[in-house]
Design a binder for this molecule. Structure first.
Ligand SMILES: [Zn+2]
Length: 340
């Protein structure tokens, strides 16, 4: 069975394509982090190589080894292991794409299809992307490439046009909540908190349920960010410098921090707009209400926009220190006006 949760439209499309034998050589799964892109890719790889009639069965040898990432014909290529302590590489390089090109020219070893899953395709180097394009332009039979990305706009348009694009969406909280209770044994209260906090990224909610450190880390980061609202401009600039240094080593961790901040501000906005029932950070509701009183709707909206702009500029390789310092200044304006 397809294990991905809350992506019925995507599953239905792939199921129909498989049944009709109308498969693309390249697929592009785009959607926010943790919504199930990798699970869907693995399910598709299973369906392509499953030994049973009702594919993917999830239990035959082929399905099992693919789920364990141990199938000789299914390969995941990325910048490093997500969730591991190892810092991911900056790019998916040309060497990795050359290896892919070579492996794609070989016949499947034991399955029906060779499947290559490129995780974080937006991180392909320019040379890597051009090499991948060649593989996509001259597809070998029985080879399927599945590209995963949070933003397909960052990919070469020619790569996008050679793939069947399938969009995945944030999973609604009630679905996540139900899944956490029914299949992961979560207590109702914890399931509700995690389902709201994950902003539709069900994968994060499942990880956080099994690893308390994720929630603790989130709490520490939030406290640090919230304390900035009362910090001097020197302290904020010092923090911008610290984040810029961190960005050079691990871009994702800085992006996550800014996303966390944006989520917090979105909650402030919900409270100011009279929709307190929609806040995501429900474990910190009292603090949210106290902070929301200090800012007007316009100020909060302005700051959310500023965080969005900063994220975009970082994606476009602008100078990180400059981008983050400007963000700190945007926040200063907000606070000053908020106290007036
Ligand atoms: Zn199977």
């Amino acid at each position: 069975m397809w294990q991905v949760i809350g992506q019925d439209k995507a599953v239905e499309f792939l199921r129909c394509s498989l049944d009709a034998g109308r498969l693309a050589h390249g697929y592009l799964f785009s959607g926010p982090r943790h919504v199930g892109k990798m699970t869907l890719a693995q399910n598709l790889a299973q369906a392509l190589n499953c030994q049973e009639e009702d594919r993917p069965c999830g239990s035959c040898r082929s399905c099992h080894t693919i789920a364990c990432q141990n199938h000789p014909d299914v390969q995941v290529i990325g910048r490093g292991n997500e969730g591991s302590a190892e810092t991911p590489k900056k790019e998916i390089g040309i060497d990795q794409m050359r290896q892919l090109q070579h492996a794609a020219s070989l016949k499947p070893y034991e399955g029906s299809y060779r499947v290559f899953i490129i995780d974080g395709a937006e991180h392909l180097s320019e040379e890597g992307a051009n090499s991948l394009l060649k593989t996509l332009e001259e597809p070998a039979p029985n080879v399927i490439l599945i590209l995963l990305t949070t933003d397909y706009g960052l990919l070469l348009p020619t790569i996008v046009s050679h793939c069947q694009r399938i969009e995945l969406f944030p999973v609604p909280s009630p679905i996540t909540e139900q899944e956490l209770i029914q299949h992961w044994g979560a207590a109702a209260e914890k399931a509700e908190v995690l389902a709201r906090l994950c902003h539709g990224g069900i994968g994060w909610a499942i990880s956080a349920l099994n690893d308390d450190r994720l929630l603790q880390e989130r709490g520490q980061k939030l406290e640090r960010l919230i304390s900035l609202h009362d910090a001097s401009i020197e302290q904020r600039f010092a923090y911008a410098a610290q984040l810029a240094t961190q960005f050079a080593k691990n871009r994702d961790s800085v992006r996550e921090e800014l996303e966390l901040w944006r989520g917090w501000c979105r909650d402030l906005l919900m409270i100011r707009a009279g929709c307190a029932n929609l806040v995501a950070n429900i474990d910190k509701e009292a603090l949210l209400h106290r902070q929301a009183r200090r800012y007007s709707l316009t100020q909060i909206k302005g700051f959310i926009k500023a965080i969005g702009a900063a994220l975009q500029q970082l994606e476009q390789n602008a100078n990180p220190r400059l981008v983050l310092e400007v963000l700190m200044l945007d926040m200063a304006t907000e606070r000053k006006a908020g106290y007036a």
